[in-house]
Design a protein around this ligand. Structure first.
Ligand SMILES: Nc1nc(=O)c2c([nH]1)NC[C@@H]1CN(c3ccc(C(=O)N[C@@H](CCC(=O)O)C(=O)O)cc3)C=[N+]21
Length: 285
């Protein structure tokens, strides 16, 4: 699998850096509250760091923490030379202003790529962000690794969130796709989706995208991670994507599965962003 291949590449580069200059990349993750999905993702990220040799630092804060308390830990990590990336697990508790908190992360350590300056540079021709958000970056990396032509193709992004839909649309147009963004206010989205050569769906509606909506041969990337009741699974729920996987497989030329598709790529890109941050800090190629 591509995510595994990328993790192996990162393992080798982390080792090379450690042997050459004695520096090991460090990722700090701040988790506020105890949402089950967030606890799972943070655990997956920690395990992934350990599997490639990146140091991981974790701070868990209670649900009723104040913005200032979270920002205090961010500042500590901003000033800690052994920390090269800082991730504040979203969503934050509703009493907090997420943008306020995320803005406290030093842009040089913003491995999520959520800082307005990183998104701003992503949106500007001729500028490059220090970091690209992990999930959209993972989607494009999948297209590259499977040699899917993007240039001149018609792409549709379903959903327009700050952390997936919008950056994904920006990345596709930076690679010369012609991009449409369909969203909750789009009338008859199927009319637009049916022309797409490439679809990235990040809308959070289980099994919304039907096989009949797809152009034969389309490439479909499913970012959806929707929990649905499932008595047969130990957790009492299973994850399904935004796309009807079985239906889509009959029409599309490729469909990413959920789980086992974009999720592991998201984590692989987080590791990659942390490594590149450490390289940049220490001028190491
Ligand atoms: N600051 C921040 N950065 C993020 O990148 C971020 C975040 N907050 N909040 C939540 C979302 C979601 N996210 C996922 C990461 C891994 C999987 C993942 O590994 N999924 C596995 C399944 C995991 C399971 O079994 O539950 C898969 O799709 O195969 C999914 C989702 C990162 N996010």
């Amino acid at each position: 699998m591509v995510a595994k291949q990328i993790r192996d590449e990162i393992t080798a580069e982390v080792l090379k850096m450690k042997e050459a200059i004695g520096v090991v990349p460090g990722l700090a993750v701040i988790l506020v509250g105890d949402r089950k999905d967030s606890v799972t993702y943070v655990r997956n990220k920690k395990k992934a760091c350990e599997s490639v040799g990146i140091n991981s630092f974790e701070v868990r804060l209670p649900e009723d923490s104040t913005e200032q308390e979270v920002i205090k830990f961010i500042s500590k990590f901003n000033n800690d030379p052994s920390v090269h990336g800082i991730l504040v697990q979203l969503p934050l508790p509703s009493h907090m202003d997420e943008q306020n908190v995320l803005n406290a992360v030093d842009i040089e350590k913003d491995v999520d790529g959520f800082h307005p300056l990183n998104i701003g540079r992503l949106a500007m021709r001729g500028r490059d962000p220090l970091f690209v958000p992990c999930t959209p970056k993972g989607c494009i990396e999948l297209l590259h690794r499977y040699a899917v032509e993007i240039k001149g193709k018609r792409a549709v992004v379903i959903g327009r969130s700050n952390i997936v839909g919008m950056p994904a649309a920006l990345l596709l147009q930076r690679e010369d796709a012609t991009v449409s963004i369909v969203h909750s206010r789009t009338k008859n989205p199927e009319e637009i989706i049916k022309h797409a050569d490439i679809i990235i769906s990040a809308v959070g509606q289980p099994n919304m995208v039907r096989g009949s909506w797809l152009k034969p041969g389309a490439v479909v990337i499913d970012v959806g991670i929707n929990p649905v009741e499932d008595a047969n699974s130990p957790r009492g729920y299973k994850l399904v994507g935004d796309v009807c996987y079985e239906e889509a497989c009959k029409v599309a030329s490729a469909v990413t599965p959920v789980p086992g598709g974009v999720g592991p790529m998201t984590i692989a890109m987080l590791l990659s962003n942390t490594l590149s941050s450490a390289k940049r800090t220490h001028n190491f190629q």
